[in-house]
Design a protein around this ligand. Structure first.
Ligand code: HAM
Length: 421
């Protein structure tokens, strides 16, 4: 147990962390481009925030939260998603007083006690954006277009955008009646949880993972049929905006999302390449959440992308990522005096931004040169008594094998020129 990470978690290191940093940088640059600013909210919040925000009848709240009582007898929960914390922060810091809409993004770990499988973990990471303060369909289109452009920038081509509309509270009320009528005919065939949901929140039955329930809800009436005029027009406008932006989509009445806060637009980017957990990105409009959390009525829309799934899709399309191993210079040494001088030079070079490296294992010269090759050094030399005496070294170009004589006093200058060339 001591030498194994908890089930559903994963260590990231080596090539993988380099790849994460690369992808995160692309995300950060893109968010800047779209005018979204970073927000970092705590890893844990008061449990009630998620109960109220995500919803009492959702799988997340009913089965998946990491909840504990702290030493002050408060009920605390590790965040299962990013939106509720952002909504809380928006209210707490009066962000509605700034230029609206407020456009925020985050990259955060999230925690759900789910049965681990490919693409489903207990600690995973989300990149999310939240655009708060606009009810216009142009805001929905903006967040969707950000996700679409990110996928494009990452070279992902085989992911499909599915959109749907759940409507506002009125349409939902109407739809709930229609859905209850339908589910009522199959009540005894539904799983016990869905039988409970039938009473409290029948919409939740639509994303039940139990096979028998899935077969029944497949034939259920669609939310789109229950949309009122305004919600219908909002959805039509979103479709026009996406068409204008040249972002392909399919209208999919099966997309209802697993969290309770959604109103009107819901969407998912789905991959067929990574198995059953193919939803890379999920999001939608949540016009009631800020009010539910104690703020003024404020419309909002956003999404979250699971970074682990995103990387799985990239690997499925592009193969494993190999970060090039590379150093500018390796300085080997023979003898104590040369070793001390070598590490002094390495520090001087690093100070001016050159990635120099030395030996820390008291290796033989042969082994030091093997190591220089392994770490991808572009240049190298060995420092010994003779080199110290004449204050000159033979700087070797590791690609061509060519050597040139360089005075030690001019080493930093010479290396700078070579790196800049
Ligand atoms: P969600 O659909 O629950 O939505 O999660 C968003 C994404 O997080 C999923 O599409 C998936 O890629 C990833 N994800 C979820 N659970 C796991 C897991 N157990 N293991 C690995 N990846 C996972 C939300 O969380 C909403 N807060 C999205 C949102 C933001 N809606 C509006 N704004």
């Amino acid at each position: 147990m001591l030498t194994k990470a908890p089930r559903g978690t994963k260590d990231l290191f080596g090539n993988e962390t380099l790849n994460w940093r690369r992808v995160e940088q692309i995300i950060i640059d893109l968010c800047k481009n779209f005018g979204f600013y970073e927000i970092r909210t705590p890893i844990f919040e008061h449990t009630e925030l998620f109960q109220r925000g995500v919803g009492e009848t959702t799988d997340i709240v009913q089965k998946e939260m990491y909840t504990f009582t702290d030493k002050g007898e408060r009920s605390i929960t590790l965040k299962p998603e990013g939106t509720a914390g952002v909504a809380r922060a928006y209210i707490e810091h009066n962000m509605q007083g700034e230029a609206q809409p407020t456009k925020l993004f985050y990259i955060t770990p999230a925690f759900r006690y789910e049965r681990p499988q490919a693409g489903r973990m207990r600690q995973f990471h989300q990149f999310g954006v939240e655009m708060i303060g606009s009810r216009e369909a142009s805001a929905d289109a903006e967040v969707i277009s950000l996700a679409a452009l990110l996928l494009e920038r990452l070279g992902i081509t085989k992911v499909e955008l599915h959109i749907n509309s759940l409507g506002g509270p009125e349409c939902r009320k109407k739809y709930n009646t229609i859905l209850k009528d339908y589910l009522g005919e199959h009540l005894s065939e539904l799983c016990p949880t869905c039988q409970e949901r039938y009473e409290k929140n029948p919409l939740r039955a639509l994303d039940c993972k139990v096979d028998t329930c899935q077969a029944i809800v497949k034939q259920a009436p669609s939310t789109i049929d229950a949309l009122g005029e305004e919600c219908k027009a909002h959805f039509e406008q979103l479709k026009d905006l996406l068409t204008e932006m040249n972002i392909p989509f399919v209208v999919d009445p099966g997309i209802v999302r697993g969290l309770d806060y959604y109103t009107r637009t819901v969407f998912e980017f789905i991959s067929k390449d990574i198995g059953s957990q193919g939803t890379v990105c999920g999001g939608g409009r949540y016009d009631g959440l800020i009010e539910e959390c104690g703020g003024k009525p404020t419309p909002a829309v956003g999404f979250a992308i699971g970074i682990e799934r995103l990387l799985m899709v990239m690997e499925a399309e592009q193969g494993p990522y190999q970060h090039p191993v590379q150093r500018d210079l390796f300085i080997g040494a023979i003898g104590d005096q040369a070793m001390i001088k070598a590490h002094g030079l390495i520090y001087q070079l690093r100070k001016v931004g050159i990635s120099a490296e030395g030996d820390h294992l008291d290796r033989s010269v042969r082994a030091q040169m093997k190591y220089a090759n392994k770490i991808g050094a572009s240049y190298s030399f060995i420092l010994g008594d003779e080199e110290l005496k004449v204050q000159k070294v033979a700087l070797k170009n590791m690609d061509t094998g060519e050597q040139e004589e360089v005075e030690l006093s001019k080493l930093v200058e010479t290396m700078k020129q070579k790196i800049e060339a």
